[in-house]
Design a protein around this ligand. Structure first.
Ligand SMILES: Nc1ncnc2c1ncn2[C@@H]1O[C@H](COP(=O)(O)OP(=O)(O)OP(=O)(O)O)[C@@H](O)[C@H]1O
Length: 273
């Protein structure tokens, strides 16, 4: 169970996240939605302490995450894998080595230059990385440089790398915002698959309502740093959206920053072959 208690982050006079309290049971897939500037990234980054809260607490299975220091904090960051909008792969390295990088957190005091990295991993770790790649249909690309892959493939490599950490949680910050609809769908399916099959809790920031509805068990809607809705996709009706954001669902979804809508059968049929 992940608990956020009164989590707040101020940047000067601006309160980016304002007293957010949530309890997330292990194994849940939560979509955090909101328009640009709502505080979604800041909220996610406070969970693994990439951003320090101004006040409030994060507690995981009884451990106060917000009090961790040193090695314990590093261990917590291994438990929480992060997926970024821009994939964050080492472009000049091959795909397999990028995935193996996910193992580095498991080695204390491990030092190696990127060039010598591959040789430092055991046969078992390489097999684990290959099987993570195969799971996302990327085994054939294992020895290609990361920069030869499409965005959707790169994001799946990032998910495979995250799995190498053997995390308890995945924090995905706009994982599909740079992808076309087809790739967005494949990446969301990969995230849902690790949630369902591996039981990993997923917190996923999304701009697009339909994507959150389709893939998540629970939706948290933020505005101006606050949680305005927390419930099932079915409960987030068009009327609730209008109440919260003062716009229709279509207007919410077509804001300029929302570039990667989910593929519905109707949308898929409309795509060029
Ligand atoms: N490092 C920072 N320094 C100052 N202000 C910040 C910083 N990070 C975020 N903010 C501000 O906090 C508010 C929330 O930003 P945040 O990035 O969390 O929102 P978001 O919902 O993730 O938006 P987006 O979808 O555009 O990424 C914004 O007003 C933003 O300008």
């Amino acid at each position: 169970m992940l608990q956020l208690e009164g989590l707040t982050r101020r940047f000067g006079a601006n309160t980016a996240v304002d007293g957010v309290s949530l309890s997330v049971p292990a194994g849940q897939m939560v979509g955090v939605i909101g328009r640009s500037g709502a505080g979604k990234s800041t909220l996610l980054r406070m969970v693994n302490r990439l951003t320090e809260p101004s006040s409030g607490r994060v507690i995981h299975d009884g451990t106060e995450v917000t009090a961790l220091r040193g090695q314990e904090l590093r261990d917590w960051r291994t438990d929480c894998a992060m997926i970024f909008q821009q994939f964050n792969l080492v472009q000049r390295l091959d795909v397999l080595t990028n995935v193996l990088v996910g193992r580095l957190n498991h080695r204390r005091g491990f030092g190696a230059t990127l060039g010598t990295l591959f040789k430092r991993f055991s046969a078992a770790e390489r097999a684990m990385a290959l099987s993570a790649l195969a799971r996302f249909d990327l085994a054939e690309q294992a020895l290609q440089r990361a920069d030869t892959l499409s965005g959707g493939q790169q994001q799946r490599v990032a998910i495979a790398r995250a799995l190498m950490q053997q995390p308890k949680l995945i924090l995905a910050d706009e994982p599909i915002a740079s992808l076309d609809p087809r790739n967005a769908q494949v990446v969301m399916e990969a995230l849902r698959d690790v949630n369902r099959r591996d039981g990993i809790t997923v917190l996923c920031n999304l701009h697009h309502l339909e994507t959150a509805r389709h893939y998540c068990d629970r939706i948290v809607a933020m505005q101006k740093g606050r949680v305005m809705f927390d419930g099932t996709p079915a409960a987030l009706t068009a009327a609730r959206i209008r109440d919260i954001y003062g716009v229709s669902e279509d207007e919410f979804d077509t804001a300029p920053e929302m570039t990667a809508p989910a593929l519905t059968p109707a949308r898929e049929a409309a795509l060029p072959a």
